[in-house]
Design a protein around this ligand. Structure first.
Ligand code: HEM
Ligand SMILES: [Ca+2]
Length: 309
């Protein structure tokens, strides 16, 4: 009950009888995927976030578009040419279908894979509530509307998280997800030539480094580490970076550069990795309980990319 959001219809021991090895199997597949490509941890973490913000944690993000039937979320602006890791989700699903066919939902796979991705990257681990079921639908329009943008200021960010029941504190802690993974140059190209009058501008040494990494500016399809200090280690260096104007995205840097409560939290997390670990775990649990389908709602998909025939 340490982290339990009261009233959640999900349970920590949901698969204890029906699929007792579920957590071990997810952990194994995630570990080996991250061992062969460190970035995959970030990619899997982000899938859970982008799922939960759009009609709840229901696996809607995983559904492939089918002309005239499903307008999938993967083509929404914040996702297009960006979200990845679907092969790993499919590999987890395949392993679970071997072990206990028809039991574990794709939405739960995303929640477990996100937790394990953080843990194998050196971040905190926390118990995950389970029992989510998979949607029959996706909503591209809602993905465009609900997912926060890299150009957002603090007010926009607080509002986007409040829209799904998360606090400003949750928002700052969850932004620490940018402790791992990569971004395309076009998501921060506007920051490559910093205006010294702008408090959210990048430090000149960091912007010079980024100019080298994005030779074609916004047109460059290069990828840059979101955390310049410890890009593969899930830790609080993301927050220390903000103190020296080395937040890659505008939406990262504003958390510190805008005076107010979010700056105080950035200072706290930069100082204390354990305060960050605790708040991140609490916030992930809250995010994971956004309006799930449960009981007889939705279905357990046989393949994560498709509604059952
Ligand atoms: C606060 C608002 C947020 C905004 C505006 C935002 C925006 C972005 C953008 C623009 C990228 C780069 C995408 C690309 O270039 O293809 C990105 C990557 C990423 N985001 Fe966020 N994000 C936010 C919150 C979060 C949260 C809450 C998490 C997880 C808890 C998260 C985890 C990640 C990860 C791990 C990556 C790297 C993915 C990879 O390498 O495949 N982000 N985000
Ligand atoms: Ca969803």
């Amino acid at each position: 009950a340490r982290f339990l959001p009261d009233g959640s219809p999900l349970q920590f021991h949901f698969y204890d009888k029906s699929c007792p090895n579920v957590e071990k199997i997810v952990r194994q597949v995630v570990s080996s995927a991250v061992a062969s490509e460190a970035r995959m941890a970030g990619s899997l973490l982000r899938l859970h976030f982008h799922d939960c913000f759009v009609q709840g944690c229901d696996g809607s993000l995983l559904l492939k578009s089918i002309a005239g039937v499903i307008e999938g979320e993967q083509e929404a602006l914040p996702n297009a040419n960006s979200v990845r890791g679907f092969e790993v989700v499919d590999a987890i699903k395949a392993a679970l279908e071997q072990e206990c066919p028809g039991i574990v939902s794709c939405a739960d796979i995303l929640a477990l894979a996100a937790r394990d991705s953080v843990a194998v990257s050196g971040g905190p681990s926390y118990p995950v509530q389970l029992g989510r079921r998979d949607s029959l639908t996706a909503n591209r329009e809602l993905a465009n509307k609900n997912l926060p943008g890299f150009n957002f200021n603090v007010t926009d960010l607080v509002a986007a998280f409040a829209n799904v029941g998360l606090s400003a504190r949750d928002m700052v802690a969850l932004s620490g997800g940018h402790s791992i993974g990569k971004a395309r140059c076009n998501t921060f190209a506007a920051r490559l030539t910093p205006d010294p009058q702008d408090p959210t501008a990048l430090s000149s040494s960091y912007s010079s480094l980024l100019q080298q990494q994005c030779p074609a500016g916004a047109a460059s399809d290069a990828l840059v580490d979101l955390d310049v200090t410890t890009p593969k280690q899930f830790d609080n260096a993301y927050y220390s970076n903000l103190l020296s104007n080395r937040g890659l995205l505008h939406s990262d840097q504003v958390l510190y550069s805008t005076p107010g409560a979010t700056r105080d939290l950035v200072n706290l997390y930069a100082q204390s990795n354990s305060a960050f670990a605790k708040d991140f775990s609490v916030a992930m649990l809250k995010m994971g309980s956004i309006t799930p389908l449960t009981r007889s709602e939705g279905q357990v998909r046989n393949q994560c990319g498709y509604v059952n025939a």
